[in-house]
Design a protein around this ligand. Structure first.
Ligand code: KG4
Ligand code: ZN
Length: 345
């Protein structure tokens, strides 16, 4: 049995490494975020992301092994995100993982980043108790800067995409709005903070595709509407209305996410729900989701933030589960910007 894997995640702009046990125990997790490098550009610059990964990854692995008192003899395999993501960023992780696998003679597995997000609530550590009552089937909303999808997790390795955004991800919309109102990048967390005390009904933003009986989502109309509104205001007026603007914009996103999640649980009749991805840190989404789950008598699992945002621990858990059922990859493991057809139904 594979007892511990070294996991590597470099699919976007966070360099993250972790050591994970076969049942989801996280022995170590270290991440280096690149917000400072990208913020002057108001968004992620792929070339900068891959260059930073290549400079950071190996020192980060060394530091993690040292800090956690782990020797290479304790590691039984390597798990690495190889899809989907920014291709230049994925290449750094995959090439590094393959090199380590060759030098240390360890088996390797390539992991789908989204499966990592979906199974993140199974991670536990000294401070985070194990979610004993969570098991498939469940409905999972993975919502971040790069993805916004709702899955029916029928079983481990059996995921149906119920609905996904047709254009922008919800986190991307938060970030673009943050930039437009002058809060910098990434704006999501700042929009959340500024919303406190604001009136969510002060400004009327559109909720796209709400009436539909399908689970697809769209956030680009919301972004354009915000752009149009803000072009009629100067920075002083924006600052004066900042809380109301942020609260109203946030409410529009949360309304859409909650409506689609509600529809997904109605359609599947599933009583267990997981929300994961960076946007699950949003305080309004958490509050609304908790109230909704209580009212509908559903069990809601939102992992702690460190396992919701992009992290290598979730990749390690998927990797070790799959390795223990006999899956490994060979040295022709390649990065891919998109998921494989076989990853989801
Ligand atoms: O999962 P993550 O770290 O990386 C991606 O895969 O994108 O998610 C980052 C996203 C960013 O768009 C960020 O603005 C958003 O999550 N985010 C938030 C909050 N915290 C992070 N959005 C709204 N409210 C927050 N509190
Ligand atoms: Zn992600």
């Amino acid at each position: 049995m594979i007892k511990k894997v070294l996991a590597i995640e470099t699919s976007c702009d966070d360099t993250s490494v972790s050591i994970v046990g076969h049942d989801g125990q996280v022995f170590a997790l270290m991440s280096a975020n690149q917000d400072l490098a990208h913020s002057p550009f108001g968004g992620i610059v792929p070339e900068i992301a891959s260059r930073n990964h290549s400079q950071t990854l190996i020192p980060l692995i060394d530091e993690m092994l040292k800090k956690s008192n782990t020797s290479w003899d304790d590691i039984d395999g390597i798990a690495v995100t190889n899809r989907p993501g920014l291709i230049g960023s994925l290449i750094v992780g995959v090439v590094t993982a393959k090199t380590i696998s060759q030098i240390k003679n360890l088996p390797i597995i390539g992991v789908n980043h989204l499966e990592g997000h979906i199974l993140a609530p199974f991670l536990y550590d000294e401070k985070t108790p194990k979610s004993e009552d969570l098991k498939p089937p469940f409905v999972a909303l993975a919502v971040s800067g790069g993805h916004t999808s709702i899955y029916h997790v029928r079983d481990f390795y059996d995921y149906e995409v119920l609905g996904t955004t047709r254009d922008d991800a919800a986190g991307e919309a938060f970030d673009k709005f943050g930039k437009l109102v002058g809060l910098g990048f990434p704006g999501g967390v700042k929009v959340d903070q500024k919303s406190k005390g604001g009136n969510p009904k002060a400004f009327d933003f559109p909720r796209s595709m709400l009436g539909d009986d399908e689970l697809a989502m769209s956030f680009s109309g919301l972004k354009s509407s915000a752009q149009r509104l803000l072009s009629t205001m100067n920075q002083e007026q924006i600052n004066e209305n900042m809380s109301d603007l942020c609260a109203s914009f946030q409410e529009a996103i949360v309304d859409v996410l909650m409506a689609k999640l509600d529809l997904a649980t109605n359609k599947t009749k599933i009583k267990r729900v997981v929300i994961t991805g960076g946007v699950s840190a949003n305080s309004r989404l958490r509050q609304r989701a908790e109230e909704w789950a209580k009212a509908k008598n559903l069990t809601l699992h939102i992992p702690p933030i460190k396992y919701c945002t992009d992290n290598a621990a979730m990749i390690g858990y998927v990797g070790i589960r799959r390795m223990n059922k006999g899956e490994t990859h060979k040295m022709d493991l390649a990065p891919s910007p998109s998921s494989l057809e076989s990853d989801f139904r």
